[in-house]
Design a protein around this ligand. Structure first.
Ligand SMILES: Cc1cc2nc3c(=O)[nH]c(=O)nc-3n(C[C@H](O)[C@H](O)[C@H](O)COP(=O)(O)O)c2cc1C
Length: 254
């Protein structure tokens, strides 16, 4: 198996820190550092302000028909433990039961929508998730997309805590056109049955964990036929990535 240069070591990280002081990291560095992280420094408590800065990228990104249907629930402090209990990390390494005790994330962003799910919402979600993860790296943090979560529990968390924001609309629910749209698509929302104070359900689509990584990563170039699963060896988390030659659709063009 080919082994390739690891991500920047401590020395080059210092250089990177310097360049951060001088300006933003180049996109290639952000992308390299943007590895899915499943082990976090428990001494580093992610703040609400950091989460806000991350979510703020959503005011600058593309959106299908510019509808911007995604909404974001910040989770930090003691509430984070509830989310940790409802997520599953490292499906390809079940024997490790990740996250290891003491390395759990202490902050999350739950990406939600009030609109019926569909292709365009999913595309918006992908653009949003990657943009937020890159922003996290820009702030010296890391993260991971989590699709494997207990929908019922996360839905209850998101919808059960929305009183303050939408107590007024609850009284005027019939004036809200969105409520009828919601009713038509009630079956799509079967997993999300927690009562929302405002009469509209927020559907959790994806969770981002955010924190200070304690993991060591290495990308591993592979061919399209090779094993794609990530693995760990000597404390390093290897992530196979298909080479550019195999990503391109070749033509007869000169
Ligand atoms: C939409 C999406 C959902 C994911 N869900 C999970 C998940 O539930 N649990 C998990 O451990 N990793 C999850 N991941 C992380 C992938 O496993 C990870 O992106 C992949 O192994 C490649 O590693 P990299 O992100 O470092 O390139 C998800 C990634 C994406 C894009």
């Amino acid at each position: 198996m080919e082994e390739h240069k690891a991500l920047p070591d401590r020395k080059s990280f210092k250089a990177t820190k310097k360049s951060r002081a001088e300006g933003a990291l180049p996109l290639d560095s952000l992308l390299l550092r943007n590895r899915s992280c499943r082990g976090y420094d428990s001494n580093y408590i992610v703040s609400k302000e950091e989460l806000l800065k991350i979510v703020e990228v959503n005011t600058k990104i593309a959106s299908a028909r510019n509808q911007q249907v995604l909404r974001f629930r910040l989770v930090y402090g003691t509430e984070a433990k509830e989310v940790t209990k409802a997520i599953k990390l490292g499906g390809a390494l079940p024997e490790l039961n990740l996250p290891l005790p003491g390395t759990e994330p202490n902050a999350y962003i739950i990406i939600c929508t009030e609109e019926p799910k569909g292709k365009w919402v999913d595309i918006d979600m992908g653009i949003s998730a990657q943009s937020m993860l890159l922003k996290a790296v820009d702030l010296g943090l890391n993260g991971i997309c989590i699709a494997a979560f207990n929908k019922e529990k996360i839905c209850a968390l998101v919808n059960g805590s929305r009183q303050a924001e939408c107590s007024a609309p609850a009284e005027h629910a019939s004036e809200q056109p969105e409520c009828s749209v919601q009713a038509e698509h009630a079956s799509d929302q079967a997993e999300c049955s927690a009562p929302a104070e405002c009469g509209r359900q927020m559907e959790p689509l994806l969770i981002l964990a955010i924190g200070k990584s304690i993991e060591r990563f290495q990308l591993l170039p592979i061919g399209q036929e090779d094993e794609h699963n990530y693995f760990r060896k000597n404390g390093v988390h290897f992530v196979p990535k298909v080479r550019i030659e195999d990503l391109l659709i070749w033509t007869n063009q000169k």
